[in-house]
Ligand binder design. Sequence first.
Ligand code: NAD
Length: 486
Amino acid sequence: MEPTAPTSDAPITITVAHGDGIGPEIMEATLRILEAAGAPLQYDTIKVGKEVYTSGHSSGIAPESWDTIRKNKILLKAPITTPQGGGYKSLNVTLRKSLGMFANVRPVKSVAPFVASPHPQIDLVIVRENEEDTYAGIEHRQTTEVTQTLKLITRPGSEAIVRYAFEYAKAHGRQRVTCMTKDNIMKLTDGLFHKVFDEIAAEYPEIEAEHRIIDIGAALIGAQPDSFDVVVAPNLYGDIISDIAAEASGSVGLAGSANIGTEVAMFEAVHGSAPDIAGKGIANPSGLLRGAIMMLDHLNLDRLAETIENAWLATIEAGIHTGDIYGENSTRKVGTAEFADAIIERLGQTPETLTPAHYTDAEVSVGVHPTPRAEKTLVGVDVFLDWDESGRQPDVIGNALRELDGEGLRLKLITNRGVKVFPDGLPETFWTDHWRCRFVATDDTVTPQQIVALLGRLADNGFDAIKTENLYLFDGERAYSLAQGE
Ligand code: NAD
């Protein structure tokens, strides 16, 4: 979306959801601060969360609310309570995926020494891909012993998130973008993400680009979070490192987050609905307020975003703190409403020690280029069998399958959990009931009809084929992984 700067007489209508638990309290405080700062906003309110879940909507949102969100394009959402028990789908995942919010942006910045932090210099932003990876939620149980999930990494999805990370870095004066993947193991999926990162990094020579393997990268975010600037990662790694980074800052309760799509964007606090303190008037509204500040930045209301953030920083600096962050550098313990009052009193002030906020008018543009179609050649098939006979001896199944070679396909090898067990496997390898049998073309290519014929021969001989994966070359390059030991 390309937000347009509002004129003074044209307020922007956004959608607001007050949520559950402490949600209504912190939303009330946040909206009061926005109003006192003169934010040119008006609100359409929708209900999401516990009440909506228990009234029969399994995703926690009523059908009519979708229209409101899609019309206004901006949603400011307080945390909700997900009811216990099965059958309820995550509202956040439903919103993100249905509305194409591909980027989750989570800045983590310390306000030490006013709020104690083990890493007082931390100032990083995690940009997490929001829709793909193992979160596609495509899972199957295939045999008695084996389950699987599909990890989907796409070129357009990778391009959108990586470009967003660089655009975000450019617009926010950041120097470096670090990509984290496990492409030493997942050469096709994570390898694609890394390759797209390298391609897009070349378009931003003014920003330093680096790649780290996720395991050491995550360890470094925990140990030295102040050495990172912007970090971009696929969904699962991004989910994990967002929490590591927030934890390393020492104040999960202070963080806001944005979910950005090409049309719709959603802003919220990182924390949950804190039912243990709901209704007591003591919750810290900072997380939601910082989500709202990200929203103002997104709407190109930069001066307003600065004014509110600076007033918030000045309040933190003055030691006026809610109970969750009250410590040795605090001067006054306040509740939610008093904390909001203190921020309102400081509108127009800038912090003296902490770095004042500064937002620019730079647009964070989003978008992907169409992927040119690749030429695909079918060169074989992996057939997965559920087989639990003859003490699971690989030679028994291997020799039986070799009898079924013919019609353009021959058995090349069998693996169990990715490790070659036939021919010439090792007796130490553990065998489950799930066998990947790789049949390759005896000529340069094979036809789908020849694969179907092979499946027919397998069925006729009592083999239980539970899944197939075609083996392709794309533009002449092998587009499937080799087995361990192949
Ligand atoms: P939580 O973040 O709600 O609470 C964890 C702890 O932090 C609690 O002790 C709580 O009192 C404290 N806390 C959280 N926010 C605070 C604030 N603003 N001020 C002061 N203290 C604060 O996590 P949880 O207890 O695991 O989850 C509670 C509910 O929230 C669950 O139903 C969960 O599903 C939901 N949840 C919702 C969202 C969301 O809507 N985005 C995110 C996370 C969890």
